[in-house]
Write a protein that binds this ligand. Structure first.
Ligand code: FSX
Ligand code: SF4
Ligand code: F3S
Length: 394
């Protein structure tokens, strides 16, 4: 491991330079920094430090390895809007090796990896996507004639930090599903030492961006839980922040896909939702910058626990979840509020920072306002018709 402080050389960049480089208005850039700061659970005012770090930091070299996976992790990063991966590559990190995105091929690609490792010895960030087969000396996954296990060991030896992106790299994920014929494992198991993990299949790109920006801002990776997951993103159960939680507590469940309860947005627990035993911020962040409620439960499908070791890809999808706690959620929406859908994640994050509240709580409040209000309206209308039909399903 190298001296992390060497990575950060203060430059004379200013907000004006950022505006030009990122082709992003300053206001939008600062809003993006506020969102990242709130995602990391930092207190009010921290967005200034985040902005300064992005302005001033010398872009760290990133070497990104692909092993047993579907490339969904990279795909999800390509779908991030603020900034796009293209801007991220050019301005926040220096992506020196990425098999899917680089123009080089064959020996050229191998040379690019070796050159980046040599030029940035002890300073580069190693990102690993995909599981590593350990059985039969790792022969089931090779790149450029080298096994995945040899490559990850070689590249990790001189890295300043190692990040396992996706559930496959975190602990085996989908490729390790029983009977796991190739002995697939995560990076920590392959290296025999802990690494930062950003699980999810795919993971939320903002959690990855926030971890990298934390590294740029503070010179170290964020605080993690026992599975290596940043606490800012994986500190709370999905069930604690779920927009359908009020229905769970009221005993209103969808019993079949497409039934009246499902159509009205009732809780998906009885369809196998693993939110009660899965730690992740999916309900508060959403995916793909595609509008409100764009996450599995928001789209009407139970959470399968893709970001939880021992749940996703291990438990049957429709088996009911184990309840890890029965603590009430942080916020319930007031049923008299107007629709809250107009509030963006960025503005909700700013509210969270100002109020000093957990980012998730504020974001969920704005989301719940709209959803619960709509559900309440639907129920009121329904009450005039087939009152009590869904109660009978519970
Ligand atoms: Fe795919 Fe990544 Fe899943 Fe795995 O994400 S989305 S199979 S976690 O390694 O590419
Ligand atoms: Fe939401 Fe699932 Fe919990 Fe129901 S069981 S409140 S759908 S996380
Ligand atoms: Fe995965 Fe569940 Fe989130 S399936 S994406 S952890 S809602």
């Amino acid at each position: 491991m190298g001296n992390i402080s060497e990575i950060f050389e203060t430059s004379r960049e200013t907000l004006h330079d950022i505006e030009r480089r990122l082709e992003m208005p300053r206001r939008e850039f600062l809003q993006f920094c506020a969102t990242l700061a709130a995602t990391m659970g930092l207190p009010a005012g921290a967005e200034a430090a985040v902005a300064k770090a992005i302005e001033a930091a010398k872009r760290p070299s990133v070497i990104w390895l692909h092993f047993q996976e579907c490339t969904g992790c990279s795909e999800s990063l390509l779908r991030a809007e603020h900034p796009t991966l293209e801007k991220l590559i050019l301005d926040v990190i220096s992506l020196d090796y990425h098999e899917t995105l680089m123009a080089a091929a064959g020996h050229q690609a191998e040379a690019a990896r070796k050159d980046a490792m040599k030029a940035n010895k002890g300073k580069y960030v190693l990102v690993v996507e995909g599981a590593i087969p350990l059985k039969d000396k790792g022969i089931y996954c090779k790149v450029g004639g080298h096994t995945a296990i040899d490559l990850v060991k070689e590249c990790a030896a001189d890295a300043a930090a190692v990040i396992a992106i996706g559930s496959c790299a975190s602990w085996g994920g989908m490729p390790s599903t029983g009977p796991n014929p190739s002995g697939s494992a995560g990076v920590a198991e392959a290296l025999g030492k802990p690494v930062v993990t950003i699980p999810g299949c795919p993971p939320n790109p903002y959690n990855f961006l926030a971890a990298v920006v934390h590294f740029l801002t503070f010179g170290k990776l964020p605080e993690v839980d026992k599975l290596g997951r940043p606490k800012f993103a994986y500190g709370r159960l999905i069930h604690e922040n779920c927009e359908r939680r009020a229905h769970f507590d009221a005993g209103r469940f969808a019993m079949e896909f497409g039934d009246a309860g499902h159509r009205q947005g009732y809780c998906l627990y009885k369809l196998g939702c693993k939110g009660p035993e899965t730690y992740a911020n999916c309900p508060t962040l959403g995916f793909g910058d595609a509008g409100e409620n764009n996450w599995p439960v928001g789209c009407g499908h139970p959470c399968i626990g893709c970001s939880e070791k021992g749940v996703g890809f291990e438990k049957p999808i429709h088996q009911v979840a184990k309840m890890l706690n029965v603590v009430p959620p942080l916020q319930y929406p007031r049923i008299v509020e107007e629709q809250g859908k107009a509030a963006s994640i960025a503005s909700a994050a700013a509210v969270a920072a100002v109020a000093g509240a957990a980012a998730g709580a504020a974001i969920m409040l704005t989301r719940n306002l709209g959803l619960s209000h709509a559900a309440e309206e639907a129920e009121r209308a329904k009450g005039k018709g087939d009152a009590g039909a869904d109660k009978a399903q519970v």
